[in-house]
Ligand binder design. Structure first.
Ligand SMILES: [Zn+2]
Length: 147
């Protein structure tokens, strides 16, 4: 995984509340993390206090590989807010370890016209300094090592 440093004001800076703090800061170490339920062995996203499957509170952040596939995507041509250069790709990425875990994200380092459903991707992190604390936004780029 590589690092992206970017001063572009972000798309949507996340709120750093207690339960999601690990998710937005794991990118400092180049890691993509999800809550893992120790009781049913499932991954959980977005972060929440109880496992949606068995209501367990026995949850711990766990690093995953960062690999995934494009579940679906859309190309945004509309300048909704100050942010990335247009057009950019908004995608839902399925995580390799559990394809039921899906992340709303942006794809980078790819021509919007080259994006395909099922395309292998991997996480990269965009660092943003913010008053509430630094965040590392997980974005995805094509993974040329997966076929
Ligand atoms: Zn569970």
């Amino acid at each position: 995984m590589s690092d992206l440093d970017n001063d572009v004001p972000f798309r949507m800076l996340p709120e750093l509340n207690g339960i999601s703090h690990f998710f937005w800061t794991a990118g400092e170490r180049g890691e993509l993390m999800f809550l893992h339920c120790q009781d049913c062995d499932g991954l959980i996203h977005p972060p929440q206090p109880l496992c949606p499957r068995d209501h367990s509170k026995n949850l711990e952040p766990r690093a995953v590989s960062g690999r995934g596939r494009v579940h679906t995507f859309t190309i945004n041509h509309q300048p909704w807010m100050p942010g990335p250069e247009l057009p950019y790709v908004v995608a839902i990425v399925e995580i390799e370890e559990d394809p039921s875990v899906r992340l709303m994200t942006n794809l980078v380092r790819v021509e919007p016209g080259d994006v395909r459903i099922g395309m292998p991707v991997r996480a990269v992190f965009e660092h943003h300094a913010d008053d509430g604390g630094d965040v590392w936004i997980p974005l995805f780029e094509p993974d040329l090592e997966q076929v």
